[in-house]
Design a binder for this molecule. Structure first.
Ligand SMILES: [Zn+2]
Length: 349
């Protein structure tokens, strides 16, 4: 039986939501991951230090006793974010990074930024104090096709931010296109990107062919096969130092997905590591999995690598996926790709 031992992974992009949903989903992350960057797009969003402290407490109460897990909190940038408050929150250690959502780009992003110039002095402060900026990189211009939104954002907005603030540490989140892989690879050294398991596993046909699959609908939306292959290439490469895992695990109750106007988001934390191991193995790069899930992110964020290890075993038969996670009287469907997964995480249940 094939077996690998790697440094315990971190997830650099999760949605824990709040309330009962939070209680149900947090253990699905803390079972496998040592740390995670927690997204601030609640209703209302996490806007200041006080909000982040309160939210962190809710998360900590949901962590099972056996798990050693550290949530890294973020603030949601708006056009009224106060740079002094942001600086204090960061320097007090209550907040790890700030997130830029263009207004209207995804779930609960209505209070996001419409005019970048209104937050430029906040970004300058972040650059000065070394605070990381996380970006949902999609244009929200009405006339831009949904499949072109990432490329448009890179050309019109990201490139401008990178040139204006060369010292700012930037993570382009959940990239989906070949253009993004090229821009990040050729870009400044402190520009990195996260990639989700589902964008490495699926292409846009998987949403539509043979009937619409609401549980494969997410934002940024899945792209063509050539883009999926470009993501796999950079993630699994021997030279990869700028791309790492951000699952973007984004739970919605089944009734909010299977409906006339369904929510965007894929809940993938439960089997993210076995799925990634399978993809790396299929691309003869299992030796590079550790860099992607456990090393590159810590290096970019300038925090120590985790000390503990995890083991993944390759089974003779494909693993069985749990179909859903119960939340009160409803459920959240767990992401299962449309190929067999032979890798098993030793702590999987
Ligand atoms: Zn997200």
């Amino acid at each position: 039986m094939e077996k690998i031992e790697i440094i315990k992974p971190d997830d650099w992009h999760v949605h824990f939501r709040d309330g009962d949903l939070l209680k149900a989903v947090v253990p699905e992350t803390t079972r496998h991951f040592a740390r995670a960057i927690v997204m601030p797009n609640l209703t209302p969003p996490i806007l200041n230090e006080g909000d982040a402290i309160k939210y962190r407490k809710q998360i900590e109460e949901a962590i099972p006793r056996k798990d050693h897990f550290f949530p890294l909190m973020t603030l949601y940038l708006t056009e009224s974010t106060n740079k002094i408050d942001l600086k204090n929150a960061y320097e007090n250690g209550h907040v790890f990074a700030a997130k830029l959502y263009p207004a209207g780009a995804t779930t609960n992003s209505d209070s996001g930024v419409k005019d970048l110039n209104k937050i430029m002095s906040v970004l300058e402060t972040m650059s000065e104090i070394g605070m990381p900026l996380l970006i949902h990189g999609e244009s929200t211009e009405k006339n831009v096709d949904i499949f072109d939104r990432e490329k448009e954002f890179i050309d019109k907005t990201l490139d401008y931010i990178c040139k204006r603030l060369p010292e700012l540490r930037i993570t382009l989140e959940h990239i989906t296109t070949k253009e993004a892989t090229l821009y990040v690879n050729e870009g400044k050294q402190n520009l990195v990107a996260t990639i989700t398991p589902h964008h490495l596993a699926l292409n846009r046909n998987d949403i539509f062919v043979g009937g619409i699959k609401p549980h494969f609908y997410c934002l940024p939306i899945l792209k063509r096969e050539i883009h999926k292959n470009a993501l796999i290439k950079v993630a699994t490469s021997d030279e990869n130092s700028k791309f790492f895992l951000g699952t973007d695990t984004a739970p919605h109750l089944i009734g909010d997905k299977e409906t006339a106007c369904g929510c965007a988001g894929i809940f993938n934390s439960s089997y993210a590591l076995p799925i990634l191991a399978q993809i790396f193995d299929d691309n003869r790069s299992i030796k590079n999995l550790e860099k992607f899930v456990s090393i590159n992110g810590a290096v970019h964020y300038q925090i120590p690598q985790n000390k503990s290890k995890i083991t993944l075993n390759k089974q003779l038969k494909p693993i069985t996926f749990r179909k859903s996670l119960k939340v009160n009287r409803s459920e959240v469907i767990i992401f299962k790709p449309n190929f067999p997964v032979f890798w098993k995480n030793q702590v999987q249940n």
